[in-house]
Each structure stands twice: as C-alpha cells, then as structure tokens.
Design a protein around this ligand. Structure first.
Ligand code: EPS
Length: 381
C-alpha cells in the first residue's frame, strides 16, 4: 500500500517526507519534482517568504542510478529562512522573542495550543503552516512518475479568486499552456487581470482572499477504487486527501453540489456503445460508485481566505485573557494559484495509490503486465 509521512516546521531546518510502497524500476526525473515545487512557489498575491525560498528536493534514499529500488524513499527540502530563525527555532535551545500569544481566528493557533498545552502558539503555527505543502507537492510529483508510462495526465488551475471567475474552461484550446503562463493560473487572460486587480484591492484593505481550484485527471482506466467497501471508494479517498490540505473547506466532483437542485435526468450521464462504452456528458466528474468510470476526473476544492490579516480581527491574549488584535505574522494575501498545485499533488497521490492497489506489483514490469491483462479483458467486456 502506497503511503507517506511528512515532517518539518515552517521556520525549522527543513521539510522531509518518506514515501513507502512504490515498486522498483520507476525511472525518476528529479527535475520534474523541482518543476512542481517551483510552480507551487509562484502565483500573484504571495508574501515575502517566497522571495527567500527557492525550493528543490534532495533525495536521501530509495533511488539508485535514476530508478526506484522498491525501498522507502526519503526526501528533503531545505528552508532557506532557517538561518533567520535558528535562535528561535533551535532544536536544543530556543528563545521566545517571537512568542505568539494572540491566536488568529481561523488558524489552528488557539485549539492547537489548548490541545498540546503549548503556551507559545508558535509551536502550533510552525507545523500547521502551509509550508508543509511543499513536501506534499514533492511527494505528488515523485509518485506521479509511476503513472507516466500509462499516459495519465493531470491539470490544475484556479477556477476563481474571491468573486472573480475564470471565464475560460479546461476544455478550451491551449488552456493548460495559458494557465502555466498566468500569474493566477487562470486560462482567460482578461479574467486573470481582473483577479490580480482584486488581489491588489484587498491587499490595500489589509484583507486576504480565497478561491476555488480545479484538478482534472485524464487517461484513467475504468475501475480504480471500488464500490464494495467505504474506505476503497476513490472519491472518498480523494476528498479526504484534498480536505487535508491547509485552508480547504469544501470538495466536490463534477457537477458537485449543483446536482442536488435538479432532476436526475439532467444529472446522470447516459451510456452509449460505439467501439466501447461511451458518455456524452461527465456530470459525475469521472467517478461512479466510488470507481473511475473512464471519463476525466474533475475535482474542485474551496480554499478559505488566509487567516493572517494585516488588519487583524479581535481575539484574546492566552496569558492574561485581555482583548487584543490577532497576531500579525508575515503572510500571503492570496495563495489560491499555489493551492491548485498542492491539490493537484493531493489528487495525484490518491490516484497513484488506487492505481497501485489495482495493479499491484513489486516491480514496474509486473505493474505493466497486470495493467495490460486488465485492459485487454475490459476491452472485450
Ligand atoms: C504561512 C505563512 C507564510 C507563507 C507560508 C505559509 O510564511 P511566513 O510566516 O514564513 O511568511 O509564506 O507558506 C510558505 C512558507 C510556503 O512555502 O508556502 C502560513 O501561516 O501557513
């Protein structure tokens, strides 16, 4: 079973991850991991931290001569900002000059402090920070490489930022090239400019904003996941993984919440036969009964506005219980474009896991053989 752990504090020495369960013999291109890391760092609305960091991955174990060994893979991403925090975040000795006592509404600060009995809320925010998503993006870009021989493709973009909706659609010609060039990961240049103006505007007001991100997965065979048990359902596992991304408040597939308001005949995707089973619509977002149905998987996630506000909200000092304004940490104004890259990684991991659950082999040759047998069988179904 494919699994991974991450560790690391945002101003600590580094982030690490251990990935276990990949077969041997996957050709690994480290530059593809670094490219994903650099995409996550971009996006209009980021704060000063991204000027300090330049993320790249170091592989510590599990890969030899460019191929996976089948053993656990350990990776590391340095925090360049660590040199500015060594005294505060030291492993053996640390000073409390940047102690956080006024929890930010919407952040893990207060409940995390109560739960772990931390009297400096920095101990909470350091780990709750979205910096951790760098490790997840590296994991996603690494495990994606098991899927490459099977022509499975991923696309992520920001569908809206605050109230500004991208007027382009992922099915439009040249959409993904436009997204990669856009500072907000929009497909429509004009909507992208409106989104940037919106971010400028809320920045002036000391505000932050969220948005909706969308991930599309193409080329999946029918039958990843299963209807037979709750914890094998592909949509359930993807939703879990996406909901675990910092600041995500909602996940939907295909038509999503909108399908609750209209009759069934306008929701369900009719089945045709022409050189195989076909659909003309994809309201289900590529998953029926917890299984991929051969149509593109379409996942959307809602990101809430970042809780650190330069015009802070009211809160209470955890020591003297006085009314205060929330702590202001240097922060992003909008991280929706970066979030789309993170959600893509979260989806990628679950797809790779479901793929290896179905075509489980210790080496890539076995995975390919099982894949071919299955594909030949369902072709004649
Ligand atoms: C974050 C706060 C900011 C962001 C950070 C997430 O960091 P800092 O407090 O150092 O300015 O830049 O995101 C990253 C460091 C990153 O790599 O994405 C937070 O509180 O979640």
């Amino acid at each position: 079973m494919l699994r991974y752990f991450t560790s690391g504090e945002t101003h600590g020495k580094c982030l690490t991850a251990i990935i276990e369960g990949l077969p041997s013999g996957i050709k690994i291109d480290i530059e593809k991991i670094n490219l994903a890391l650099s995409k996550r760092q971009q996006g209009y609305g980021r704060g000063g931290r991204m000027l300090i960091e330049q993320d790249f991955v170091e592989i510590l174990s599990g890969i030899r001569g460019g191929f996976t060994l089948g053993s656990p893979i350990a990776i590391k991403i340095e925090n360049k900002d660590w040199t500015n925090w060594e005294q505060i975040m030291g492993i053996q000795t640390s000073n409390s000059s940047k102690a956080v006592l006024c929890p930010r509404p919407g952040h893990a600060d207060l409940t995390g402090g109560m739960k772990y009995n931390h009297k400096d809320l920095r101990n909470v925010l350091e780990r709750a920070s979205a910096r951790e998503t760098a490790a997840r993006v590296a994991v996603g870009a690494l495990v994606r490489q098991v899927l490459e021989p099977f022509h499975i493709e991923f696309l992520s973009h920001a569908a809206s930022i605050g109230p500004i909706v991208d007027r382009a659609n992922w099915q439009d010609d040249g959409f993904s090239e436009k997204v990669e060039k856009s500072p907000v990961r929009f497909g429509c240049e004009q909507s992208g400019e409106e989104a940037m103006a919106y971010i400028d505007n809320i920045k002036e007001k000391g505000e932050s904003c969220g948005g909706v991100v969308e991930v599309i997965v193409k080329g999946l065979p029918q039958g990843l996941g299963s209807y037979v048990h709750y914890d094998r359902k592909l949509d359930a596992n993807i939703a879990f993984s996406v909901m675990s991304v910092q600041a995500i408040k909602g996940v939907e597939f295909g038509m999503g919440f909108a399908c609750a308001n209209i009759p069934g005949s306008q929701v369900h995707d009719e089945i045709f036969y022409e050189n195989g089973f076909r659909r003309c619509t994809n309201h289900a977002g590529g998953i029926e009964g917890g299984m991929s149905n051969g149509e593109p998987i379409i996942v959307r996630a809602a990101m809430k506005p970042i809780p650190t506000l330069y015009t802070p909200l009211s809160t209470v000092n955890i020591n003297d219980k006085s009314e205060q304004k929330a702590a202001v940490e240097r922060s992003d104004i909008c991280a929706v474009p970066a979030c789309s890259v993170v959600v893509e990684a979260a989806v990628t991991f679950e797809i790779a896991k479901a793929f290896l659950d179905k075509f489980n082999g210790d080496c890539m040759d076995d995975v390919k053989a099982y894949y071919d047998v299955y594909m030949n069988r369902i072709k004649n179904y």
